[in-house]
Design a binder for this molecule. Structure first.
Ligand SMILES: C[S@@+](CC[C@H](N)C(=O)[O-])C[C@H]1O[C@@H](n2cnc3c(N)ncnc32)[C@H](O)[C@@H]1O
Length: 423
């Protein structure tokens, strides 16, 4: 279109050139023509970020186009020749996807149907391609997590400011087209909507301190924050039961729970008659609710009021240790969680103890869940922990989200983590 303000035919031509380049790149991607893609990405194209162009109609990126071309042809499925053609297509698709990733293609860009390239690969059953995208996601997230750490370190400010700055840095990156991923993920998330560069974002309006001073609505089957984000919901009870059982298999043990919420997991811990049952909780309304329900007088219970970040150093200083630790907070970043397990657990867990956490990272999209499982696994390994995962089917949650701002759980199976010190 001619620029309406200038009516300049030169601009008209440039826009047509750009459109043609976009279509040429997408076509080469769908034809798995790597030689042509290389030329277009590296030399010939008028576009600065050729690996991330978008089709205006479908929202497809070159990765989407390369993967969509691998969808098996339904009519020819029984035909042996067609099967070998599909195999060849998958092989060339794999090479094309690898090439595009090397060229900086964004692993979780969304098309107009709200699918990332990985979602598309999974839907058409191209699981090898799916794994390639998951691995790319893991690399991107690990890198961004490290960059944020580095930014926080080089600031040299105090911890809380670091936390806020880390969030700001993340948002800057998210807005920057060249920065593919977010780095902030809560294990339990007050996340807003899913967007191209935010598969599992943190609502920029909800951080831990903001949440802790917000008004809660606490009922028998859910806790919502003032923006109707789900803090805790009754449907998680089975997950809490299985977590409590795997962490505390017999009576007489010492357990620490971080984040009381609706008291579901604490109820299951109590049922195991622990010798000591410590609970850290920071929200004043949850603390008031705990007292109303008599938690302060239950056998073995010690309530620590405050954020775990402030409470745990004192417990470590006193030399208190536990057989089991559970972590399930709200509106915290992945960086907070990593600080928790790499800096605090080591001083609190008995040598043969076990610890676990609510594994809700990226649970609003299968590929994000898979990426964050691997990211966490690598960071846990680096911090000296082995982790075993148990898959638990999650019941259908339709109807659960009425009145809740966002369905924070979409994936079919919960992966329950059980962590121990490495041998
Ligand atoms: C998801 S709920 C926990 C649900 C709990 N597992 C259950 O079974 O009901 C998270 C809880 O962590 C608390 N919390 C959030 N940030 C915290 C922090 N930094 N330190 C301690 N508690 C925190 C919240 O107030 C909330 O009660």
């Amino acid at each position: 279109m001619t620029d309406p303000t200038t009516n300049d035919p030169q601009i008209h031509l440039t826009e047509i050139d750009v459109d043609l380049d976009v279509q040429e790149i997408l076509l080469a991607a769908s034809q798995h023509d790597i030689a042509k893609l290389r030329r277009l990405c590296r030399t010939q194209s008028s576009l600065p970020d050729a690996a991330n162009v978008k089709d205006p109609e479908t929202g497809y990126s070159p990765l989407h186009a390369a993967i969509a071309a691998c969808e098996p042809d339904e009519d020819e499925k029984t035909n042996g020749e067609a099967a070998s053609a599909d195999k060849e297509l998958l092989e060339s698709g794999t090479e094309t996807v690898k090439f595009l990733l090397q060229e900086g293609a964004i692993w979780n860009d969304l098309d107009n149907k709200n699918e990332t390239p990985g979602c598309l690969a999974r839907r058409i059953g191209a699981l090898d391609l799916y794994e390639l995208i998951v691995d790319a996601g893991v690399r991107a997230e690990m890198l961004l997590n490290r960059l944020d750490e580095y930014a926080a370190l080089s600031d040299g400010d105090d911890e809380d400011e670091d936390e806020d700055e880390a969030t700001e840095n993340t948002e800057d990156k998210v807005e920057d087209e060249t920065a593919p991923e977010l780095v902030e993920v809560s294990t339990e998330q007050p996340a807003e909507s899913v967007s191209a560069s935010e598969p599992t974002p943190v609502n920029p309006n909800v951080n831990n301190r903001g949440y802790l001073s917000s008004t809660l609505s606490i009922s028998n089957d859910r806790i919502l924050d003032s923006d109707a984000n789900g803090v805790m919901m009754r449907w998680e009870s089975d997950i809490m039961l299985k977590s409590a059982k795997s962490l505390l298999p017999r009576p007489g043990l010492k357990v620490l729970n971080i984040g009381h919420g609706m008291g579901i997991v604490d109820g299951f811990f109590q049922a195991q008659s622990p010798a000591e049952h410590h609970i850290i909780e920071a929200h004043p309304s949850v603390l008031a609710d705990m007292r109303t329900k008599g938690w302060d007088t239950k056998p073995g219970v010690t309530i620590h009021e405050g954020r775990w970040q402030d409470v745990l150093p004192g417990l470590v200083g006193e030399g208190v240790t536990f057989d089991a630790i559970y972590y399930d907070t709200f509106a915290e970043s992945y960086a907070d969680f990593r600080d928790f397990f790499s800096e605090q657990v080591i001083g609190l867990l008995e040598q043969d103890g076990k610890w676990g956490f609510f594994n809700g990272m990226g649970a609003d999209r299968q590929i994000s869940y898979d990426v964050y499982q691997k990211v966490a696994e690598m960071d846990l390994f680096e911090a000296g922990f082995d982790v075993e995962w148990e898959e638990i089917p999650v019941p259908k949650l339709e109807g659960e989200w009425d009145g809740v701002r966002r369905a924070y759980w979409v994936v079919e199976n919960y992966r329950l983590p059980l962590c121990r010190f490495m041998d």
